[in-house]
Ligand binder design. Structure first.
Ligand SMILES: Cc1ncc(COP(=O)(O)O)c(C=O)c1O
Length: 275
């Protein structure tokens, strides 16, 4: 993060015993900033609010977050805004503090997101599994060690993302993205009741598929569906859609369903590229 505010102050006012640091006790949002605007801020804030409630964390006020964002973005047009909310510093031990004083960090990096080649990206399957835990499923918690270990599995700069499976070897997500497959003339995406993040961009795709009448099934997906799929793509609020060109030797091409979705998303101003 190039510029940041900790509880509204532009310095590193962080306690060494902040529970975000000691236990990963908190949440975060990563928001695309384009032409100075925080894209899908409402959806990011809604996920933050629902997740705070699930974790019994005090909900940060939307106005304060937006004020901080405006201050940090300044005159920069594009970049990434990050919001981190932790349960703050507490007494020793896991017990919830009686009077939590949450820490709210807002950071901004002015770099543009990576360019997405229309031909698609190379992807691999990771060995590190995602754990199943319905209590945490769907939220963007600060516990990201599984993703860190999965991302440590490769250093080939040509490979942009890794697909993560659960211990039953079912498809779950990318290390930083949600996964969609096009097979048998319809859309498939892993159900996220045990693990994964309910992505903002995933919801955009699901809403559009619904509006366009493209059938979409959210369920447990065997890894073998990758061999049957005509097309595969990944979604993330920062990059939009990553079409997958190659996944461990399997190759994919854009088909009618993905082209329809990409055009629809471009028309709605959700993604920038159109085929
Ligand atoms: C594990 C994981 N799944 C999915 C996503 C996509 O979520 P969003 O569309 O809200 O960026 C992310 C984003 O960072 C992620 O880390």
């Amino acid at each position: 993060m190039k510029r940041w505010l900790v509880n509204g102050e532009p310095d590193t006012n962080l306690m060494p015993f902040d529970r975000g640091l000691t236990y990963g006790d908190g949440l975060f949002e990563t928001i695309a900033v384009r032409a100075g605007e925080c894209r899908f801020f409402g959806a990011h804030y809604a996920r933050l609010v629902v997740s705070c409630r699930r974790l019994s964390l005090p909900v940060p006020a939307q106005e304060g977050l937006l004020e901080g964002a405006t201050q940090l973005i300044g005159n920069d047009a594009d970049g990434t805004l990050k919001i981190i909310v932790t349960r703050g510093a507490g007494a020793r031990g896991y017990r919830l503090p009686d009077d939590p004083q949450p820490t709210c960090i807002i950071g901004f990096s002015p770099e543009a997101p990576p360019a997405v080649p229309d031909s698609g990206v190379r992807v691999r399957i990771c060995r590190t599994p995602v754990s199943a835990n319905p209590v945490l499923a769907g939220m963007k918690t600060l516990n990201r060690l599984e993703q860190v270990m999965a991302r440590a599995e490769w250093d080939d700069p040509e490979i942009l993302e890794g697909i993560m499976l659960n211990v039953r070897e079912e498809l779950v997500c990318g290390t930083m993205s949600n996964l969609f497959l096009v097979a048998r003339g319809q859309l498939w995406t892993p159900v996220l009741d045990e693990s994964g993040v309910h992505g903002v961009m995933r919801s955009q795709v699901l809403d559009l598929a619904d509006d366009l009448g493209i059938p979409c099934t959210e369920q447990r997906l065997a890894v073998s569906l990758l061999d049957e799929a005509d097309d595969v793509f990944l979604t993330n609020a920062r990059v939009g859609i990553w079409p997958v060109a190659e996944l461990d030797g399997r190759t994919y091409q854009r088909n009618d369903v993905t082209l329809q979705l990409r055009r629809g998303l471009a028309e709605r101003g959700v993604i920038e590229c159109a085929d």
